[in-house]
Design a protein around this ligand. Structure first.
Ligand SMILES: Cc1ncc(COP(=O)(O)O)c(C=O)c1O
Length: 446
């Protein structure tokens, strides 16, 4: 049995003096909502983080290969982000949109500068669910249509409207929530009707959007919402041409196109700053969360001034949206991504991981598919490469072994069959090699 070594770090964690993991677990059971779940048979408690590493209460270090579910974009407690937050926390923490404050205006200017086309009107909210809820409202208010097309295998949030566009039974409570929502085929080359070997798969999957519009709606739609790479669904990247064709059909039916960039934005895909750019399209509305704040509750919707006009008839208000502290953080995150060339790093290390995983796929039969872009890498596990029966138990076991060896990773997919790797974008090549060694050993031990 091999025990891979974590690359060295200079960070010295503080002595932890708080309650034990068992005490915290007991408190959680007594006072927190019972619907939340924990990874690992022996729950992990993380009490400190520095860049791509985290420490548990015993001082044991782990490489964070999932970044708080694709959220820690530039690194845990990145000093530039912490300094920006601390500075603002000391001066003035909260304002509302009723007063002027420079931070939100300057952050909006910088964020809009990252957007293509006429996407220049920013709305700030606190979570991805809220951002998608607002985007759906905007689509309906602007088009005066009601029906929305979403994709199977999508995750867009847990609120009433976003649960409706989400399409995994695991996240949908048995209450009415999907009025006017129609779920098109997931453009999922590994499992879907049209595979990697079909050069026309993108257009063929998009044809289902057209069919839904023609058969299931009044022929007019408010919009179409899709993650640019499906996140919770297991890092499913669409075949080329899919969004282009789907957008054409939706726009021809009077709808607007919403890109959910909650996981794919901010350079994570490596080749592009936004996931939708990998498909050569420009959406009408873009939603973002997670990586935008590197872990602070910050989310946004960016659209055109023309679409934004549709919401001026009523007051749009969000108490915390874009408050001075989160705006300082959001601006600092963008500065770090630029200054430290993190998008390029995500691209290079993504290629390195994919090359290593291709070799592991030759060695371990349980690996059915390796996919993703940049630092968004999915490894779908199957019991049998022909039947593609999902290897959910094996996936859970790989997570356990990886944790024992010092690597935290995530999982996704309808059956929890896909390993998800999405570390902070400050990952180094030595870290990436550690990820590959740990995975190799974890698959070997299955
Ligand atoms: C693609 C996507 N959209 C929206 C959301 C919802 O974001 P939040 O949990 O911040 O409400 C998530 C959360 O995982 C997500 O992955």
């Amino acid at each position: 049995m091999k025990t891979p070594s974590l690359p060295p770090t200079e960070h010295q964690p503080r002595q932890y003096a708080g309650p034990t993991a068992a005490e915290v677990l007991a408190l959680r059971k007594q006072y927190l909502n019972p619907g939340i779940f924990l990874y690992y048979k022996q729950p992990l408690m993380v009490v400190e983080g520095a860049m791509q590493y985290v420490w548990d209460e015993t001082g044991r270090r782990y490489l964070d290969g999932i970044g708080g579910i694709v959220t820690v974009s530039v690194g845990h407690c990145h000093p530039h982000v912490v300094a920006a937050a601390n500075r603002q926390n000391e001066i003035y923490q909260h304002s509302t949109t009723l007063y002027l404050h420079p931070n939100v205006a300057q952050f909006a200017e910088k964020l809009a500068g990252k957007m293509p086309g006429d996407l220049k009107a920013c709305y700030f909210v606190n979570s991805g669910s809220e951002a998608n809820d607002l985007a759906l409202l905007m689509a309906r208010a602007y088009t005066q249509n009601y029906d929305v097309i979403s994709l199977r295998n999508a995750y867009h949030g847990g609120g009433a409207s976003t649960m409706g566009v989400t399409a995994h039974s695991s996240w949908k409570y048995n209450v009415p929530h999907s009025f006017g929502v129609h779920h098109a085929l997931a453009p999922y080359p590994y499992r879907g009707l049209f595979g990697y070997d079909d050069p026309d798969a993108g257009r063929k999957y998009a044809e289902d959007v057209k069919q839904l519009i023609d058969y299931a709606t009044p022929g007019k739609v408010a919009g179409f919402i899709a993650e640019s790479i499906q996140g919770v669904g297991g890092f499913v990247e669409f075949p080329q041409g899919y969004l282009q064709h789907a957008y054409e059909y939706v726009r021809a039916a009077g709808g607007v196109c919403i890109a959910d960039e909650v996981q794919t934005g901010f350079g994570r895909t490596g080749t592009h700053f936004w996931g939708f750019e990998t498909q050569g399209v420009i959406p009408d509305i873009v939603t973002m969360a997670k990586g935008i704040g590197n872990g602070c509750p910050l989310a946004a919707v960016v659209t055109t001034h023309q679409i934004a006009q549709s919401l001026v008839g009523k007051v749009h208000f969000n108490t915390f949206g874009g408050n001075p502290v989160v705006s300082a953080i959001g601006k600092a995150v963008l500065e770090v991504i630029e200054k430290e060339n993190l998008q390029v790093n995500a691209h290079q290390l993504g290629l390195h991981l994919q090359a290593g995983l291709a070799k592991l796929k030759e060695k371990h039969q349980v690996i059915g598919d390796v996919r993703g872009r940049g630092l968004m890498v999915g490894i779908e596990l199957v019991k049998d490469r022909t039947t593609k029966a999902p290897a959910s138990g094996e996936c859970a076991q790989v997570l356990e072994t990886a944790r024992d060896l010092g690597l935290l990773i995530g999982k996704g997919g309808l059956w929890g069959q896909t390993i998800r790797i999405a570390p902070p974008m400050c990952l180094t090549q030595a870290d990436a090699d550690f990820v590959l060694e740990v995975l190799d050993e974890s698959f070997t031990r299955l």
